[in-house]
Design a protein around this ligand. Structure first.
Ligand SMILES: [Zn+2]
Ligand SMILES: [Zn+2]
Length: 130
């Protein structure tokens, strides 16, 4: 349920007047820096099957522990340093996930969840020297 936010000057284009979460309203007032998310989602028009891309205009801010940034709709991006330290990384597809897993790095989907692993790509990565 949207949460009303009166901090308009912080909002991209002076809108919206509500955020998706209480955390986002808090960030809107307290975060040193906020910006429009820009997360791109590919959608298909059911009418003509045409693909198009929409950009998320949700409020984004840095996570307080320095791990990365997030937006009010949960588009989280953890920075490379943190990913390296925690031994995981983003994978765009099963093949990339397999290559990461074969190197002992836990693959995570671009949306932050689990992802299927291509066993062939994983075996290939394990067969590489170093
Ligand atoms: Zn706000
Ligand atoms: Zn977003």
């Amino acid at each position: 349920m949207p949460v009303t936010c009166g901090n308009r000057r912080r909002h991209p284009d002076g809108k919206p007047t509500a955020h998706a979460t209480v955390a986002a309203v808090r960030a809107c007032y307290l975060a040193e820096e906020t910006w429009a998310c820009g997360w791109q989602t590919a959608l298909t028009n059911p009418e003509d099957g045409e693909q198009y891309v929409v950009e998320c205009d949700g409020l984004s801010w840095y996570l307080p522990d320095g791990r990365g940034d997030t937006c009010e709709y949960g588009h989280e991006h953890i920075n490379a340093e943190t990913r390296h330290r925690e031994r995981w990384d983003y994978a765009a597809d099963e093949g990339e996930a397999g290559l990461l897993a074969g190197r002992g790095i836990r693959p995570v989907s671009m949306r932050g969840g689990s992802i299927d692993i291509d066993p062939h790509a994983m075996r290939y990565a394990m067969s590489l020297p170093g």
